[in-house]
Design a protein around this ligand. Structure first.
Ligand SMILES: [Zn+2]
Length: 92
């Protein structure tokens, strides 16, 4: 599962995991009843996020390691990055 920072058509944002951005969009839309901004299949308003961030819409509850805590505190700035930009803020 990959983590994505999604933007909805109402301007709200949230974190959701999926096998890809389209999968994350489908999961988030089903659970929230809202619509993810951007295209239906392409150019989805979903950016990868290195760590989960609040609000978490859905994430994998791994049978062994469980759920990854919401380590990222600045998801709007870290979206699209492979590591948290604010190393200090995002790991403390
Ligand atoms: Zn971060």
């Amino acid at each position: 599962m990959k983590g994505f920072w999604l933007t909805f058509t109402d301007g709200s944002k949230g974190y959701c995991e999926g096998s890809g951005d389209f999968d994350a969009k489908q999961i988030a839309e089903k659970l929230t009843g809202k619509t993810v901004a951007g295209g239906k299949y392409r150019d989805i308003a979903a950016k990868t996020l290195p760590y989960p961030a609040n609000p978490i819409i859905w994430q994998l509850d791994h049978p062994v390691s469980g759920k990854c805590p919401a380590f990222c505190y600045r998801p709007n700035e870290c979206a699209g990055e492979t590591t948290c930009r604010q190393a200090r803020a995002c790991t403390e």
